[in-house]
Structure formats: structure tokens, C-alpha cells
Ligand binder design. Structure first.
Ligand SMILES: Cc1ncc(COP(=O)(O)O)c(C=O)c1O
Length: 393
């Protein structure tokens, strides 16, 4: 079986991830940060190790500036709903995932007579790229935030986050980056890239389990202004009836997904051991092989810039005469290839690429895929494209 759905969730996980989760369940088990006994202390240590590994990966000075969340969606909602106020202006791109677009659209819709935020969605090119000078031209005095997808989950195109970081500094606003598709697969450095808020998910290229993710909260973020999504028990300052105002407890109420974070810690340590540049090189090689093969098959249209230096290893395409849903079904049933078809929770991105509303077939390659798998998938697509063209003619 070939698993090419890593852009949705990575699988299989590298050695150590399931073991770390089993170890937690079988040997540790207690609630982190709640009690003083040694099992609780050990649980807290395991959670902190995951925080430390992520801080190393993203070059965050203080691991306590990483607030864990259930996934990237929750982290993005915390950043957007927690930071923005009525009258603020936000600039986003037309390549955003609905995890950014839907909260922004809700904040921009005036409800109950309340003043809403103003939203500018910057159009990207039909290849999925954003011109930073056009982004800068959209900034207004009341712009509070630039919210950018680091890489499209549809065609993999990389957006100019480093340039956006410099623009945000020049204009006194913050930069929020949705790194769901890049964390673990592409170098990310919150200092060098000047990222103020970085939302990540644990179950994609960080190779951890579902139910893990978080938000890096940079030094320039006014933590007093960033409201938590939920309030409750934190295990700290139990004598207070008000929410703690310190990091990360302000944003981490309720019992943590410690089993998941044990697995995420192991996934991130595997990424650090391999090193992101090595993983990136491997994925670029695979993506290049896949793109070269796909563009040479008559009847196949590949979306995006077709330039592996400017994209992740996520590649979307269509076969003339076939619906993406039929291609996905046949790849699964006839060729044992798992991928994702349709609109990928990113309708605006598909509109940008010209693939709305039918969508596309997406191959999301990951660190554990091989060149042999790419070749087998190309053979399958070639056969399907040939049979479709013989039916059309
Ligand atoms: C670009 C992007 N942003 C956000 C998300 C949401 O991630 P999660 O499902 O982990 O919340 C995804 C997931 O597919 C994504 O690709």
C-alpha cells in the first residue's frame, strides 16, 4: 500500500512515537502539573520535553512561550479570536485554509450591531504565489495582523513569510503564520523569519499523533491583549479564582493531552535527529520526480508553480475526462494508493488555482515515502490517463 495523504495526516509514524505513547499510558499515566507525586512530576517532565523539542525546532528562546492546543485549528482560533478587536484590519491571502478563513470571515461579519474587523484577502497568482509588495500596499494604519499560510495545503506553494515578517515590523503590526503544512518539513525560525504568532499541528510533518498542536507566542505579542479561548484549571495558582496571566497557563486550561504530547515529543525528536534540511532535501527529490513524471503524462494537468524550490512535497493534479473523486476511488481500490481529492478545506485556494468547484487529486508526500512509491503512483496515473483518453477519443 502507498500512503500519499501526508498533507492531511502523516502515516506511518517513525520509530519511537507509538512507543512513547505506550510508555506514558503504561508506566506514567498521571496528570501533568496537577499533583506533587512522582508520576505526576514525570508526566509534567514528558510534556515539558515536547515543549523543549519544539522550541529547538522553531528557534524559540523560551519553551514556555509555546501554548499547546488540540490542533492547528484551535491554535489559529486562539490567535485570531484572542487577539483581534472590533475595528482592526487584517490582511490574509487567497491561499488560506478554512482554519484561517472561517474565523476571519466570522470576525469580519458584523453581528448584533457590533463593529466587525476589516479583512483584506490578497489575491495570489494562478500558481498560488503572493507578491510581497502587493501585500505591503494593502497595509493600513489600523492593520493589526497579517495572517499567512506558510505553504498551501493544495499545491504546496510557499508564501513569502520572511518578507511579511519584515513588512509587519515596518508597519507595527503582527505576523501570524499558519505552519500546518511546513512545521517539520521546511526550515522555520521565528527569529529570522520575524514571526510573532506561529500555529502548528502535531499530526502532519511533526509526525506526532492527532489531537496535538500549538501556538508559539512571540515576544512582541501583548499577552494582556491575547485573550484565551477557554479558562479553567491549570494546576497552578489554585488559590486564584481568576485565570493565571502567565505563559503558557493562561492558554492551557484543563488536563493536557499528555499521551499525545509524549508521542509528539518523540516525533519532533525524530525530525531533529534527521534534521529538517535533510528531510526537506528528500521531499524535494520526491516532489521533483513526481512533478516531472506527471507533466509528461498526456491529459494530466498539474497545479502550482512546478518549481520544487518554491513548494512543499504536496502536488495536486487532474486527469482530463475523469472526476477527482473517481480518480481517488480508483487509486485506492485498483492501485492501493491513498490520497485526498476534492477541495481540501481550502475553497479560496482552489478558486485561485482555477480548480473550483471540482477540486483536484492531491498527493501529499512525506519524509517516509520513497522514489519507488512515486514511480508506482506515476504508472497508475499514466494507465488511468490513457484509458480516459481512449474513452474520450
Ligand atoms: C494549511 C492548513 N492550515 C490548517 C490546517 C488545520 O490543521 P488541523 O486539522 O490539525 O487543525 C490544515 C490541515 O489540513 C492545513 O493544511
Amino acid at each position: 500500500m502507498i500512503y500519499f495523504d501526508n498533507a492531511a495526516t502523516s502515516w506511518p509514524k517513525p520509530p519511537g512515537v507509538a512507543e512513547a505513547m505506550l510508555h506514558f499510558l503504561n508506566e506514567v499515566g498521571a496528570n501533568p502539573g496537577r499533583s506533587g507525586h512522582r508520576l505526576s512530576v514525570e508526566a509534567g517532565r514528558i510534556v515539558y520535553q515536547a515543549r523543549e523539542a519544539l522550541a529547538g525546532l522553531f528557534n524559540v528562546d523560551d519553551p514556555l512561550r509555546i501554548a499547546f492546543a488540540a490542533n492547528a485549528t484551535e491554535a489559529l482560533n486562539l490567535a485570531l479570536r484572542g487577539y483581534l478587536r472590533p475595528g482592526d484590519h487584517v490582511v490574509a491571502s487567497s491561499m488560506e485554509h478554512n482554519a484561517v478563513m472561517r474565523p476571519l470571515r466570522a470576525l469580519a461579519g458584523s453581528s448584533g450591531g457590533r463593529q466587525a474587523i476589516a479583512l483584506t484577502v490578497m489575491p495570489c497568482s494562478p500558481q498560488g504565489f503572493l507578491d510581497p509588495s502587493r501585500l505591503e500596499a494593502a497595509i493600513r494604519p489600523e492593520t493589526a495582523l497579517i495572517a499567512l499560510n506558510h505553504a498551501s495545503n493544495v499545491c504546496g506553494s510557499l508564501l513569502p513569510v520572511r518578507e511579511a515578517g519584515a513588512i509587519a515590523r515596518r508597519h507595527g503590526c503582527l505576523l501570524l503564520v499558519d505552519a500546518a503544512q511546513t512545521a517539520g518539513a521546511y526550515p522555520l525560525d521565528v527569529e529570522a523569519d520575524q514571526i510573532d504568532l506561529l500555529a502548528f499541528t502535531g499530526h502532519k510533518a511533526l509526525l506526532g499523533p492527532m489531537g496535538t498542536g500549538g501556538l508559539v507566542i512571540g515576544e512582541r505579542v501583548d499577552v494582556e491583549r491575547l485573550e484565551p479561548l477557554k479558562r479553567g484549571g491549570t494546576g497552578s495558582r489554585s488559590e486564584w479564582q481568576e485565570q493565571p496571566d502567565f505563559l503558557p497557563d493562561k492558554y492551557e486550561s484543563g488536563t493536557a493531552n499528555a499521551v499525545g504530547l509524549a508521542g509528539l515529543g518523540a516525533g519532533v525528536r525524530w525530525v531533529l535527529d534527521q534534521s529538517v534540511p535533510v528531510i526537506r532535501r528528500h521531499e524535494v527529490e520526491l516532489a521533483q520526480r513526481l512533478i516531472d513524471g506527471l507533466v509528461s503524462i498526456p491529459g494530466v494537468t498539474v497545479y502550482g508553480g512546478l518549481d520544487t524550490a518554491r513548494q512543499t512535497a504536496t502536488v495536486s493534479f487532474n486527469i482530463a475526462g475523469l472526476l477527482p473523486s473517481d480518480v481517488g476511488l480508483r487509486l485506492d481500490e485498483e492501485y492501493d494508493i491513498m490520497c485526498r481529492v476534492g477541495l481540501h478545506c481550502a475553497p479560496a485556494a482552489h478558486e485561485t488555482l482555477g480548480t473550483f468547484p471540482q477540486g483536484a487529486v492531491r498527493f501529499g508526500l512525506g519524509a517516509l515515502n520513497t522514489a519507488g512509491e512515486v514511480d508506482m503512483a506515476l504508472e497508475a496515473v499514466d494507465k488511468m490517463a490513457r484509458s480516459a483518453s481512449s474513452i474520450i477519443s
